[in-house]
Design a protein around this ligand. Sequence first.
Ligand code: SF4
Length: 141
Amino acid sequence: MPEQPSEKSVQKMRTFVEKYCEKSGTVTHPVEGIAEEVIQGLARYVDDIGRPLCPCRFYPDKEEEIKHRTWICACDDMQIYKYCHCLLFVNEEGLPITEHLPKDHEGLKIYGLVKDPTPDKGRALRHKAEERELDRKARPS
Ligand code: SF4
């Protein structure tokens, strides 16, 4: 992956982030540099493989990974639970929203309960939360 992403991809991701904040009722992290770092990582993936894979994870096979859309920004956790692992889409205090996460999700363990200030916004795939819960319960323990 190149060190510096192209200005075109950075601009594309900045615009996406701005619009997605509006749509999801979140803001970018208040500490300067955090959002920019994530945006640069997303833009590098756009340059490298054509899709904005989440830059906060490791992928043994990136080409294989983009066949699923699980970790393409905005990832499943964001669209289902409004939880951003990278602290890109957060509340005004800079915390990721954890209110909608399943009880055993790492986000709840790390940050505790963080309420969703705009529950009527975002979570386009919220119906999948229930599906996932049913799948989880059906699995043998
Ligand atoms: S955790 Fe999800 S929403 Fe946050 S930057 Fe990564 S892909 Fe995007």
